[in-house]
Design a protein around this ligand. Structure first.
Ligand code: MF3
Ligand code: CO
Ligand code: CO
Length: 248
């Protein structure tokens, strides 16, 4: 079910999303080579709880941590563990926070130390995919225009667009309707309405779009060819005359 948020609910969304943004900024100031992904998760847990919010990934369908920390060939849903961050790694940190019953959700891909030009380019284009997707976005626009903008920008740069996972609506639930795929046909899909809050989250692979899930932990998603992937996500409010990026 697609939910339309009223003014009070939008205020709550803004607050949860501000906490998400600040947490990612805090991670960005502290993440470095030599740290384990579990230590990154501890930063996330501490910051979000210090804001009086809950890191709502923790316990979500049994997920065991407060963040998804996905290094290089891990696309998304990397469970924080003893993996040590190395110079040259790219690391996506995807977090959610819940306060007053509403969730915010965002992800940034961080560069650790001296990163290769080709990985830097992947991270840059992935972020650009998000901004292409919100160009001209407002109430009345067909949903899959978002999808098509992401796909076009990624594929024209030679990258693979992950299909197994999508963006989503968000609000009282972390994942609400509609699904927001990163591939699709312009001019199709439901028309967006003012008061919808959605997560737009390009997941872009340097090589093939194909991915697989870790059969032991049931979460970690890897690129099928072992090449790196990047992820960039914001929670966005649809308005009559544009969008408000709540996690920026
Ligand atoms: N934050 C992720 C998203 O963008 C959801 C992660 S679910 C978890 O939708 F269980 F892995 F944490
Ligand atoms: Co997320
Ligand atoms: Co999301």
């Amino acid at each position: 079910m697609v939910t339309i948020k009223n003014d009070k609910e939008i205020e709550y969304m803004r607050e949860s999303c501000r906490i998400v943004r600040e947490t990612l900024e805090f991670v960005g100031r502290n993440i470095r080579a030599g740290m384990t992904t579990k230590e990154v998760d501890e930063l996330v847990y501490k910051y979000i709880t210090s804001c009086g919010a809950y890191p709502s990934e923790l316990g979500y369908e049994g997920y065991p941590a407060s963040s998804c920390v996905s290094v290089n060939e891990v696309v998304v849903h990397g469970i924080p563990n003893d993996r040590v961050l190395l110079d040259g790694d790219i690391v996506s940190v995807d977090i959610t926070a819940e306060k007053n019953g509403f969730h915010g959700d965002a992800c940034r891909t961080f560069l650790i130390g001296d990163v290769s030009e080709e990985k830097k380019r992947l991270v840059k284009i992935t972020k650009e995919c998000f901004f292409k997707a919100i160009e001209g976005l407002q109430a009345g626009v067909p949903l899959y225009n978002i999808s098509n903008a992401v796909q076009t920008h990624a594929e024209s740069n030679g990258y693979g667009v992950v299909r197994a996972l999508t963006g989503h609506g968000i609000g009282r639930e972390m994942h609400e309707d509609p699904a927001v795929p990163n591939y699709g046909k312009r001019g199709t899909g439901m028309r967006l309405r003012a008061g919808m809050t959605i997560c737009i989250e390009p997941m872009i692979n340097m090589g093939t779009w194909k991915v697989y899930q870790d059969r032991n932990d049931g979460w970690t998603i890897y690129t099928a060819d072992g090449k790196p992937a990047a992820h960039y996500e914001n929670t966005v409010l649809i308005k009559e005359d544009g969008v408000e990026i709540l996690t920026l």
